[in-house]
Design a protein. Sequence first.
Length: 332
Amino acid sequence: MTKLPPSVSALSRRTLLAAGAAGLAAPSLARAQAGWPARPVTIIVPFAAGGTTDLLGRILADRLASRIGGSFIVENKAGAGGSLGVGSAARSTPDGYTLCMGTVSTHAINPSVYKKLPYDHVKDFAPLSLVASVPNLLMVNVNMPVRTVPELIALLKREPGKYNFASSGAGTSIHMAGELFKLETGTDIVHVPYRSSGQVTQDLLAGQVNMTFDNITVAWPHIQAGKIRALATATPERLPFAPDLPALSEFIPGFAATSWHGFFAPVAVPAEISARLSREVQAVMREPETVEKLKAVGVTAIGSTEAEFAAHIAAETARWKVVAEKARITIE
């Protein structure tokens, strides 16, 4: 080893030695990146199996394995509104072998409603691509004496506090859609939180709850069967496959409460890997087979760039922060 001159301080010695070690390690790191993935890549889905986020995660796992090579596996880590799984991804080694799905809840709503999170949704993650969006629908039990949005608003104003709306949990996008509706219409509706959309659907069918906002993927079969009444979509415009269903924005200007799903990597993952994953996800979301498969369950494939996704997250975080503050939603 080269002998350092006496004038070099102990700190400088450590700095130079560290720099030398980094230089020696650089070729090995480059080789590791060039060989990625050399072992299975885990995609953490922060919700239970069977939901829309899980569906999208498994589609990406399958298609990325085909396009990139190697093995991509899904690991469901549900809990705390998605915070458990997302926090686990944030703390993982940033080597490209742990990735995660995220949603409007985990990366736009949770930062404003939870007093403490096990992750920073901006500083801890590299947003790779906005994968897809899913319409939320405003639905009521079939025995509710309303068939239109104006009739529902009038009923809620006549009898404030009498009716309730269910959600898949406090702080979820479904809950916040209901809170936004209350704010925009000046109505008083009691929130009833559940643990899953499946439970919400069961009790809406049974008449245990009066109304809800929920993903079209969960509710559409029941709506088509006439067992749940859809009043409107929470998207800015009407849905192409349901042109007779009005958009809430037709009655409440500017109303939008769409669920979205994205793909993330820990922030320090090598830029080459992040860039490649983003490109591949965009390509997957343009594949006709993927587009049609998602369209069949009411999901719109997107596939954005990293920069577009980052801008989307910033805008959504700001928008839902206003709703959380006005509705005074806080979760310990």
